[in-house]
Write a protein of this length. Sequence first.
Length: 563
Amino acid sequence: MNILGVHIGHDSSAALVCNGKIVADMAEERFTRIKHYAGFPSSAIQACLDIAELSITDIDVIAIPTVGIREELNYFFELKGTQRECEIRGERVEGSVQRLRGMGWEKPPLYMKRFPVSTSTEIVHVDHHLAHAASAYYTCGSEDPQLIVTMDGVGDNGTSVAIWRGESGKITLLKQFDKSGSLGWFYGIVTEALGWRHGDGEGKTMGLAPYGDPDEAKGALYPFCPKFSNGDLIESHDFGIPYSWNDKGAYHWHFEEAGQIRSLIEKYGREHIAAEAQRVLEDQVAAIIFPWMEREGLKNLCCAGGVFLNVKLNQRIWESGKVAHHHIYPNAGDSGLAVGAALYVHHEANTDGGIISLESLYLGPEFTNEEIQRFLDARHLRYRFEEDVASVTARLLANGKIVGWIEGRMESGPRALGGRSILMSPTSTENKDIINAQVKFREPFRPFCPSILAEYMEDYLVRCRPERFMITSFDVKPERREAIPAVVHVDGTLRPQTIDRAINPLYWKLIKTFGDLTGEYVLLNTSFNIRGEPIICHPREAIRCFYDTGMEHLVIGNYILSK
């Protein structure tokens, strides 16, 4: 069965699941070049079909991760007003494929790309938080029972937090909390007050927090946060009206309380408010998760939803010692909904389908050497071909150079994982400042992540585990902090990607060769983009970014460009 997941909204995306395997997954922003693009993901859909060498008529089911009616589907899939019904968790939902209606400006023009589906193609709607839960549970790699927790700003029917049990391939809802319990909104409002975009800048709030002391602002944010105890919401919070603003196809959100929190920032300081927001978030999430694990008698935990992009929160959960198996779906935000919806539909139709282990997120487009050479020649660019490109690049990095690196398929999710990365040696403290100032053009406090060979992770990390997707931070062993200072945050932690030779052999060889040259089997790895832009997908974007920043070398396939 070929299942196409299609998410329309914040971080629009498409994913393709064929016979239970995730074949392709990508966000539309990688093609439109508008971060968090919220329109119909036509380019992502076409890329999914191209990767699988399928046409739209080969799709058996289109899975939509919302129970709401999306009238765009009727135009883009040419459903033509047919009165099909969609199965949603046992309920029949009418009208999900009604004819597009409304005023003229609501109807797209003829030249916009369409995907006329087969008359036998089903359109299935999956609840927003159920799609998040499915993305985590069906990729956790364990047949043992799991507690599943999903948290974000708000989803279908106003749900912000949901607790589930995953067992024998089935997901059962245990408890859900509405928007008055939204920890995602709470953290996003603090982010807005700090001057960053709600729904995008939360990572900056998290990165700033270690520079502050939560005790300096202790209790200052309590009036703005829902309160949980023993797994239940004991004090709801009225967030008021959530305002939205569509800017070039992407949404920004605004809450009036951000103004009040901005006054607290002036009183206590930016770093201390960020630190207090992080402490409150971690305390409240712990007050939900751990009681439910005890109540259900479970030691295994799966998580998804935008809140779980907070790697320091994930570290606290792991270091509690209460979790034996901890899986966070790495594309935890809304761009991961397309995969979740498609996996849910597959497992509903195949109850004995088994739980896969997610080993790779290299699920986007790739380019052959022949395609790359034609592209470079057409632009009259000077380059050289290197048969052993990993060894040559390792020597450049060992000599302190900044290298753009494009190899294989593009990653899905918000992290660069060695497919579309900017690389530098981690052994010099000043390298962090150099990349922030000369390449990324972003705030100087922002940290960078390391890629570490899996064989060496225990040399660097405290209470380590395989972490292929940069979704959890870990303490660095004190004796190794001075060896790789460019990737160690101010609080002595780092957010690693552990590299397995079998999964990405070329990237593994690059780091292994660098380690043989320097003694450190670690590279500074940041996403191939500048501040405010999506990670690059195509070589043309890589070339623009290369010549517009302080990068010194660009590696695309086996070709190297140098300034």
